[in-house]
Design a protein around this ligand. Sequence first.
Ligand SMILES: [Zn+2]
Length: 374
Amino acid sequence: MSHPDAVSLTKSLLGFDTVNPPGRERDCARSIGAMLQDSGFQVEYYEYADSRTSVVARAGGSAAKAPLCLTGHIDVVPLGSRKWSKDPFRGETDGDRLYGRGSSDMKAGIAAILLAAVNSKKLFPGTPGVVLVLTAAEEGGCIGSQHLARTQLLGKAGAMIVGEPTSNYPYVGHKGSLKFHARFRGISAHGSMPELGENAIYKASKAALKLESFDFAVSPHPVMGKPTVNVGTFEGGQGVNMVPDVASIGVDIRTVAGMDHGLLLNNIKKLLGSDAELDVFSDMNAVWTEPQHEWVQRVFEISGKHLGARPQPRAQTYNTDAGNLLKVYKGVPAVVLGPGEAAQAHQTDEYCSMERIRQSVAIYEDLIRDWCRA
Ligand SMILES: [Zn+2]
């Protein structure tokens, strides 16, 4: 696979249907891996389930300093219920816009990472080099990276760039998330004799309202602001003439750096009482690097040259694979920086700016060069 520029590479990645669910990242992952192998990268694949393929590729390597990690996800979210006016898989363009599902989130970012890495290949021998971690199943819980973090494949990294959509602005962190279902049981009875039963929907409703006014009792983070809670789903009841014996709510808490999820969960349990059966299905810490960190300052300087102004410390609200990868790459500085537009993620007629894609290749190349030289 030979790709002269980032836009055509993004288009070719858009052509792979990696809509998750079901995912099916394998063909896209193999194509990415083949391109990297052709350029001398050592490529490994990991499938946590059939067709759910992640790619880990590396080049260079030195005993003195760990490689720079660039990471992104291959899967994309479903098309949604609204009709698209553009083909989601063919990379249609209009002016500077390149349309397609995953254009912003984040096949443009994947393309930019690939191209910057391949363009830098002559640089790698004898230097720290890079490790590219291109994951399956990020959408809906970062499952791919969660599995990857349990393997030995990630090796070491000295710093990390997450290519999620930021319009190439470097973000020094993002919120964490704690997601769970809380199930409440009752006793079913005939709808005409509710006094004989115990209504699970009432219990779940009271819990939802308690969560609405939950006090996190933490002072706002200077950059991330406050933690948030949202009850996103509500299920219960089998018939209007029955007292429901089970009901559950789905809860999404977004935390800020410094919060202890274990402690938080204990407080939630206390709040909801012993009636609540909690099932935590996603638990990822916030990601935060002090803006004064030496490498972050380098990132600000280098990206600032391309962006026209020196960036200020900012954080994203959305989650990324970094939460899992940092369980292995413990304590390394991380920034989120990628060509997509955050506001376009998961939208109907999602698009990305082609100029931003080219710009991100240049920024990544500069950051790779800077890492390998220092
Ligand atoms: Zn994403």
